[in-house]
Design a protein around this ligand. Structure first.
Ligand code: SF4
Length: 330
């Protein structure tokens, strides 16, 4: 049993003052990940700052009238069903609805989903002694252990974990911007720079600084909403994390691709994008051969371990499938 203080500020300034002044403090939003980690003993906060009274739940056009701004405390289910999201960002709605269960989506927030930690079993269970993410310098139990759900891209010998979120994959393809506030004021982090690869510091999942709070997610306008797909492959059809997922957003005019934004989930420590692969699609008429070439380029350098070799083929086929379906949509 670890004793802790519970506080519930009414505004952002108070929340920031609390996180600055209390050691080992954690923000609590929907609690769908923090409480699990806490019960397992992975997290042991001394102060829990309940941010549920901060507002930050609006979903509306950005102040300049373009795109969309989604409050960090908007619930996943509210965002997935919001008319502006369904009509303008269907790939985000589909990704959210493919994650977790209805009960969890009703509780989970957008900011919390961004901060969701890996589901690597060696990380979740402190009975396993080796996990560099949980205990830096202790080794990686998954390297020579059961690594079926682990990364094939961007990993290091320090950590081969994957980011478990569906939402993050869609946000990467949509080139979302994450608005945060901290002691030095507000800043905006491009989605591609929000999550990080493990390198030598797998204990760090994101580039968010310790005393910063996520306030909103901005989405730029989408030129073409028709040719957007979120494909998730998993062991069962509900309540399972992705083995591989693909968010593909194509802009097609007169049968020719103007732009392609493709993000992969379930394969790396962060949503995986390769600009050179996307550039291959620009200015071409979509067919199977270009989809195959894009898949080859997206997976260039992929390396699998004992139990996740199947992901190499699965990821390739999933990319080709998602691009084919996105291109054919009408
Ligand atoms: Fe820990 Fe990462 Fe290794 Fe899993 S893959 S045991 S999270 S260091």
């Amino acid at each position: 049993m670890n004793n802790f203080a519970y506080v519930r500020p009414n505004d952002v300034d108070s929340a920031l003052a609390l996180i600055r002044s209390r050691p080992k403090a954690r923000f609590l939003a929907g609690g769908t990940n923090l409480l699990d980690l806490w019960k397992m003993g992975v997290e042991q906060p001394q102060t829990v700052i309940d941010i549920s009274r901060l507002g930050l739940t609006d979903i509306a056009a950005r102040p300049d009238g373009t795109g969309l701004r989604i409050g960090a405390l908007a619930r996943n289910s509210d965002v997935a069903g919001h008319p502006l999201v369904v009509s303008q960002y269907p790939v985000l709605s589909r990704a959210l609805l493919s994650g977790a269960s209805p009960q969890l989506r009703n509780a989970a927030t957008m900011g919390g989903n961004l901060m969701q930690r890996t589901r690597c079993p060696y990380f979740y269970d402190p009975a396993f002694p080796s996990c560099n993410k949980r205990n830096p310098g202790s080794g990686c139990g998954a390297l020579n252990g059961y690594n079926r759900n682990h990364a094939i891209l961007g990993h290091s010998d320090q950590c081969i974990a994957t980011n478990p979120s569906d939402m993050n994959v869609a946000l990467a393809a949509l080139e979302a911007q994450i608005r945060v506030i901290g002691p030095d004021g507000e800043r905006v982090i491009p989605m591609g720079e929000f999550h990080r690869l493990p390198e030598d510091h797998p204990e760090l999942d994101t580039t968010l600084q310790p005393n910063e709070l996520i306030t909103a997610i901005d989405l730029p306008p989408m030129a073409d909403t028709k040719h957007a797909v979120y494909l998730k492959v998993r062991d069962r059809s509900l309540y399972a994390f992705a083995l591989v997922s693909v968010a593909a957003c194509l802009a097609i005019e007169n049968g020719v691709i103007g732009s392609a934004r493709i993000a992969l989930g379930g394969v790396a420590h962060k949503p995986w994008r390769v600009p050179e692969a996307e550039a291959l699609m620009r200015g071409v008429t979509p067919d199977r051969s270009i989809c195959e070439r894009v898949a080859d380029r997206l997976l260039q350098g992929a390396y699998a371990y004992r139990y996740n070799r199947f992901k190499l083929t699965l990821a390739h086929r999933s990319i080709v499938r998602a691009l084919t379906v996105a291109a054919a949509a009408s």
